[in-house]
Design a protein around this ligand. Structure first.
Ligand code: PMP
Ligand code: GLN
Length: 382
């Protein structure tokens, strides 16, 4: 028997539900990925760069042209001037960036505060670094931070707080005032922030993404992470980036250079080229996904599910308590897949200890109109 370093880790819910959807032929609204392709010009650019000989290692920190594009975006959107050489690192996916940041900053015995429901990759990364996650539940139904409980959870061992806005799986957003409050709370303390902002462009109803990049005080102690996979509809490319002050970037890079050394070269060339040629892609994204959210929600209005429209991300939570109050969310997700042909994600799996009466499941609406219509038709028939 191997003494596992991660005894509690099994197959992720994303793999489990996508597999069940494939086995049963259900419409897959579980794992978060689009069922349409990224922009043609972007995909053509990859082919061109592969054929044109951009197939050897990119620099360890990422292709300079792509780091420059990220710096330009950060300046344009969040008003922060960052040094592309010292503060921007391209990584093979946001997941790898999260892992590297945690390995670089967390030591054995350190505590990391995460907010439940929380994305599944944070805790194993903390455990491998020898740290301990301290789970704080977001307050239902709005998935807001309970500031008093957060203040009570901070100890001399707290080394990091992980934020995720827009939030997966709830779709909730932090406000600028939340960041101010957090800054006040940790001002005198030696605490880093990991800000997972992979859904930074998926913010709806005219609201603004409260990026830590916009916050002078918090940025000084932050590692901000995003994913080209979400932004350009290419989750399978596994390409992301980190923006952090020079000293933090330097530490993260020490880990990154031995986890993977660098990211995939032709993808970086294509992304740099596309970002330069199509800056409008970013400003069009909120409208693009808001239309999908609204289509899906308008169609579901005729169902027995209840919900509040997601403020951000491409996920919609729904309450099924009037349909099958007898089922917990894991059983509900399975029942819905097998009996009604629509796969979803139960959210209790993102909790250390989920509330007993939780009756919420998550649907991904990053899908073509026909997929959303077909799924909604099945859901309305229940
Ligand atoms: N953070 C969150 C909150 C996510 O939902 C995801 C999922 N895609 C990631 C990080 C990982 O992104 P990537 O696919 O670029 O590794
Ligand atoms: N982030 C995606 C989601 O929340 C899944 C990523 C994965 O499969 N690991 O659905």
């Amino acid at each position: 028997m191997i003494a596992s370093k991660l005894p509690n880790v099994g197959t992720t819910i994303f793999t489990t539900m996508s597999q069940l959807a494939a086995e049963t032929g259900a419409i897959n609204l579980s794992q978060g990925f689009p069922d349409f392709d990224g922009p043609l010009a972007l995909r053509e650019a990859v082919a061109r760069h592969v054929l044109g000989g951009h197939n050897q290692y990119a620099p360890m920190t990422g292709l300079p042209a792509l780091r420059e594009q990220v710096a330009t975006k950060v300046r344009t959107l969040y008003g922060r001037s960052v040094d592309a050489d010292r503060e921007v690192t391209i990584t093979p996916g946001a997941t790898q960036a999260i892992f590297c940041a945690i390995q670089a900053l967390i030591r054995p015995g350190d505590e990391v505060i995460v907010f439940d429901p929380c994305y599944d990759s944070y805790e194993p990364s903390v455990q491998l670094a020898g740290g301990v996650c301290v789970h704080q539940q977001l307050s239902l139904p709005s998935f807001a931070i309970d500031w008093q409980r957060l203040a009570d959870a901070i100890t001399p061992r707290t080394r990091m707080i992980v934020l995720n806005t827009p939030h997966n799986p709830s779709g909730a957003l932090l406000e600028r005032s939340d960041l101010d409050r957090l800054a006040e709370l940790i001002r005198e303390r030696d605490i880093y922030l990991l800000s997972d902002e992979v859904y930074e462009h998926l913010v709806f109803d005219g609201r603004e993404h409260a990026s830590v990049l916009r916050h002078d005080e918090l940025y000084q102690r932050a590692v901000v992470i995003s994913s080209f996979g979400k932004t350009y509809h290419v989750t399978g490319w596994k390409t992301g980036y980190v923006v952090a002050p020079p000293a933090l970037s330097a530490e993260l890079r020490k880990v990154h250079q031995y986890v993977s050394f660098t990211g995939v070269t032709p993808l970086q060339w294509a992304l740099a080229e596309f970002m330069a040629a199509h800056p409008e892609h970013l400003s069009e994204l909120p409208g693009f996904y808001q239309a999908k959210r609204d289509l899906f929600c308008d169609l579901l209005a005729g169902s027995r599910f209840s919900f509040t429209r997601a403020a951000g991300t491409y996920f919609q939570l729904v309450d099924y308590s009037t349909i099958r109050p007898d089922l917990n969310d894991v059983a509900m997700a399975e029942w819905l897949t097998r009996e009604h042909g629509v796969a979803s994600i139960p959210i209790s799996v993102f909790y250390q200890q989920a509330p007993q009466d939780l009756r919420l499941i998550r649907f991904c609406f990053a899908k073509r109109e026909e997929t959303l219509r077909q799924a909604a038709e099945r859901l309305c028939a229940i």
